[in-house]
Unconditional design. Structure first.
Length: 308
């Protein structure tokens, strides 16, 4: 493992890992908004999950048949963590959107997930929880709660259910990340196992309960949008990018980029929705961005040694 640690600190690897992390988070910043948009149509969380698992699972099935389930590297517990951790967050988060707004989902799911990964990575992968990471995570959490506070509005007891589902999504995704890193799986292989597992476990149950009527009542445009964003971009492309970031930077450092989701969503809302972040949001965005840079292993200025 020392060679991996040395590679992780190489400037070139950091830049590549950061670019992969930013690519993944760019996709994640849009999927919650698109899912929320879908829930405003006739689609349900179960429909959106079926589209995601069905499209991604069928596309990646040939690849998984060729590569296998990596059971010797994962073990049964690791395989369950990849399959459930890669699929359950979608269902949990989409259901949570029925109770709480998308802004809360952004803060409590991808915003909290890096901290959950860091805790699990320290326990199971023995990744060092350095002073720099502690400072970075403190900045991230202050920023995340700042965005959550500014968007909370009137307190609704019903939102507690949504918040619990978002936090459960963060924990499930952390299990996926640590299992993938521990087994040294590449991003596409892990994404394929998760997608095919969800296809086998979820889609038959969905059609058994809902039948064809579930998606039959939705417009072709709504179905196509969710199928592409959820099944291709989010379930495949983003997981490949995320897997490369974790491979290059480590579990906790690669996962730190997910904390940029609330901030990036707020920035994306300016041109798309015409919604300008408040001053508290801008401060939170700056804190989160700084924290992600520190936790992900960005080069820091060194003190000059010796006298001038």
């Amino acid at each position: 493992m020392p060679d991996l640690v040395a590679d992780r600190h190489a400037p070139g690897n950091y830049v590549r890992g950061a670019l992969y992390g930013l690519a993944a988070v760019s996709i994640w910043s849009g999927w919650i908004v698109v899912a929320r948009l879908g829930l405003q149509t006739s689609l349900t969380p179960w429909d959106i999950a079926a589209l995601r698992f069905g499209v991604a699972g069928l596309l990646l099935l040939p690849y998984v048949l060729q590569k296998g389930l990596a059971l010797r590297r994962l073990g049964f517990i690791g395989l369950a963590a990849v399959v459930l951790g890669g699929g359950a967050p979608v269902l949990l988060a989409n259901t949570g959107l029925l109770f709480a707004p998308a802004a809360h989902a952004g803060a409590l799911f991808p915003g909290v997930m890096p901290l959950a990964v860091a805790v699990l990575a320290a326990a199971f992968l023995h990744e060092a929880f350095t002073d720099a990471k502690k400072i970075g995570f403190a900045l991230i959490m202050i920023g995340v709660f700042g965005i959550g506070w500014s968007t909370a509005g009137a307190i609704d007891p019903k939102q507690t259910t949504g918040h619990a589902l978002f936090l459960a999504s963060a924990f499930a995704w952390a299990c996926y990340t640590v299992a993938m890193r521990r087994a040294r799986l590449d991003g596409l292989h892990a994404a394929g196992i998760a997608a095919v597992g969800a296809l086998i476990l979820y889609v038959p149950v969905y059609f058994l309960v809902e039948g064809a009527a579930g998606l039959g009542g939705a417009s072709l445009g709504d179905v196509a949008l969710q199928a592409f964003v959820q099944g291709v971009l989010t379930a495949i492309a983003s997981l490949v990018f995320y897997g490369r970031a974790v491979s290059l930077l480590g579990a906790s450092s690669g996962a730190a980029f997910a904390a940029l989701c609330p901030a990036m969503t707020a920035v994306m809302a300016i041109p798309v929705l015409g919604e300008w972040p408040a001053m508290l949001d801008w401060i939170a965005i700056a804190l989160i961005s700084t924290g992600v840079y520190v936790v992900s292993g960005g080069p820091l200025p060194r003190r000059a040694s010796g006298s001038a």
